[in-house]
Ligand binder design. Structure first.
Ligand code: FAD
Length: 428
C-alpha cells in the first residue's frame, strides 16, 4: 500500500498558515521507496518535465543513501525542495508510474521532498570562465538558471524588482503549501555559491535592459507572469472586488485582520484555489465558481482535495456576468452553463451568489515594462524556445513556457543556461 503524506488535522489547518503536509519520516520514506518496481523502462522519468531520474534516486532512498539521491535529482532539478512540495505529480511522474493504474503510484513527490530535507546539497560552482550573465527575476526560473550558470563557471547577478526574493514562491504560493523558510534557505545557499542578488531593481525602471545588454555577456529574462489578467465586466471597480495578485500579495501570509465574511472566488487554477484557502484562513465562508466542470480545473488535484476537506464550496458551470451592490459588493451574478454535445454553452439562466468580497483569478500575464527602452517597447516579446528576438537575450520560466509550473520553469532555466553557454562559445 502507498504511504500517504501525513497531514495536519483539518481543524488546525484552517486556523493557520503552517505547512499542512508534514513530510515523511525516515521509516515511511524507506518503506515507500521499497515499493518501487525499478522498471526496466522507467516511464516516470518521461513523466517528469525536468526528466529527473526518479528510478535511480528512489533506489538510493531505499539504500539509505540520501546524499546520492539528492545528487541524482539535482543533475536535472536543483530546486527539489520546491518541486517536492508543489508539483502536480498526478499529471507528471506519478501519473506515468506503472502502479498508477491501480491507484498505487509510488509517492515520488513526497520522496523528492524527503530527499531535499535529508540529503546534503553538493553542487559546486565551476571553474570561472570570466563571463557575466544578468538574470532578471528571482523566481524559480531565475534561481535555477543562476545555479546552472554558476556550475558552468559563469558569474551570475540576479535583478529582482521586489524587496523580497523568490518570485511567486515567496509572495504567491501561501505558507500552508510552501514554507517561506524553505525559499530563504535555498536562496542563502545560492548566495554562498557566489550568485549576487539585487533586490528593488526593476529592469525597465531602476535600470534599463539595454544597460544590462551592454554590461553583461548575456541576459536571461525570468520575469514570470505575476500580473493578474483583467476582467472587463460591469461592477468590476466595486469595493470588495480584488484580483488574485493584489489579494495574495496583501493577505497570502495571513496575520492581517479581514472584515469580509462571504467570499466568492472566480477561477479554477492554483491561483483561485490558493485565494480561496487563504480567505478560509481569514475567517470567510468561501465558494469557488468555475465556468467549466471539475475535470477541466487546471489546479493541482491535491489542492482541490485539500480545499474540499477545508470546507470550501465548489460551484461548477457558472460564468461571471456582473458584480452587483449599491455601493460595495453584495452579489456576484453568473450565467449558468450547460453541456451540449460535449461543449460548454451559455444558457439564459442567471444565478447570483452573495458576497462581500470576490477574488478574480482567471489568468495571468507578464509585466512588459522590463523591455522599456529597447526596440521591443510596446510590443509582445517574441520567444522561440528559450531565445528572444533580441541578440544575447534569453528567456525562461513562465515567460517562455506554455505550461506555467515550477518544474517547467526549472527545465527551461536549465535549457536557457545551455543555450547561453553555446551562444557565448560561438561568439568567441
Ligand atoms: C498562487 C499560485 C499558485 C501556484 N501553484 C503552483 C503549484 O502548486 N505548482 C506549480 O508547479 N506551480 C504553481 N504555480 C506556478 C508557479 O509559481 C510558476 O510557474 C513559477 O513561479 C514561475 O517561475 P518564474 O521564475 O518564471 O516566475 P515568478 O515566480 O513569477 O518570478 C518572476 C520574478 O521576476 C520579477 N520581475 C518581474 N519583472 C521584473 C523586472 N522588470 N525587473 C526585475 N524583476 C522582475 C518578479 O518580481 C518575480 O520575483 C502557482 C502560481 C501562483 C500564482
Amino acid at each position: 500500500m502507498r504511504t500517504e503524506m501525513p497531514l495536519l488535522p483539518v481543524d488546525e489547518r484552517v486556523k493557520s498558515f503552517k505547512e499542512i503536509e508534514l513530510g515523511y519520516s525516515l521509516e515511511q520514506a524507506i518503506k515507500e521507496a521499497g515499493r518501487c518496481l525499478q522498471c526496466k523502462n522507467p516511464v516516470c522519468i518521461e513523466g517528469c518535465p525536468a526528466k529527473v531520474d526518479c528510478k535511480a534516486f528512489i533506489e538510493q532512498v531505499m539504500l539509505g543513501e540520501f546524499d546520492k539521491a539528492l545528487e541524482i535529482i539535482e543533475e536535472k532539478n536543483p530546486l527539489a525542495s520546491f518541486t517536492g512540495r508543489v508539483c502536480a505529480e498526478e499529471a507528471q511522474c506519478e501519473g506515468a508510474c506503472v502502479l498508477a493504474k491501480k491507484n498505487q503510484a509510488i509517492a515520488i513527490k513526497a520522496l523528492e521532498r524527503f530527499v531535499s530535507e535529508h540529503g546534503k546539497n553538493m553542487w559546486k560552482p565551476g571553474k570561472g570562465n570570466g563571463k557575466k550573465i544578468a538574470i532578471v527575476g528571482s523566481g524559480p526560473a531565475g534561481m535555477a538558471a543562476s545555479i546552472e550558470l554558476r556550475k558552468k563557471g559563469f558569474e551570475a547577478e540576479v535583478f529582482e524588482a521586489l524587496p523580497q526574493l523568490g518570485g511567486i514562491l515567496s509572495w504567491g504560493i501561501p505558507g500552508y503549501r510552501l514554507d517561506p523558510k524553505s525559499v530563504g534557505k535555498v536562496i542563502n545557499d545560492i548566495k554562498k555559491k557566489g550568485v549576487v542578488f539585487k533586490e528593488k531593481q526593476k529592469i525597465g525602471r531602476q535600470k534599463k535592459l539595454s544597460e544590462l545588454m551592454k554590461d553583461f555577456d548575456a541576459v536571461l529574462l525570468a520575469i514570470g507572469e505575476g500580473k493578474a489578467k483583467d476582467m472587463d465586466l460591469p461592477g468590476i471597480e466595486k469595493q470588495g472586488v480584488l484580483y488574485w495578485d493584489k489579494f495574495l500579495q496583501g493577505f497570502g501570509a495571513g496575520g492581517k485582520s479581514f472584515g469580509s465574511k462571504k467570499a466568492v472566488v472566480i477561477g479554477g487554477g492554483n491561483t483561485a484555489l490558493d485565494s480561496a484557502r487563504v480567505l478560509k484562513r481569514l475567517g470567510c465562508s468561501v465558494t469557488v465558481a468555475y465556468r467549466r466542470n471539475m475535470p477541466f480545473m487546471p489546479c493541482n488535484k491535491s489542492e482541490f482535495v485539500h480545499a474540499m476537506e477545508e470546507g470550501i464550496e465548489f460551484r461548477m458551470q457558472l460564468k461571471p456576468k456582473a458584480f452587483l451592490g449599491k455601493e460595495g459588493l453584495e452579489k456576484v451574478a453568473f450565467t449558468k452553463i450547460e453541456i451540449e454535445k460535449e461543449r460548454f454553452v451559455d444558457t439564459k439562466e442567471v444565478e447570483e451568489l452573495e458576497a462581500d468580497v470576490c477574488v478574480v483569478a482567471i489568468g495571468q500575464e507578464y509585466d512588459a515594462s522590463a523591455v522599456n527602452g529597447t526596440e521591443l517597447e510596446g510590443k509582445a516579446i517574441k520567444i522561440n524556445g528559450v531565445k528572444t528576438e533580441l541578440w544575447g537575450v534569453f528567456a525562461a520560466g513562465d515567460l517562455a513556457n506554455e505550461e506555467k509550473t515550477v518544474v517547467h520553469s526549472v527545465a527551461s532555466a536549465k535549457k536557457a543556461a545551455d543555450e547561453i553557454e553555446a551562444y557565448l562559445n560561438e561568439k568567441k
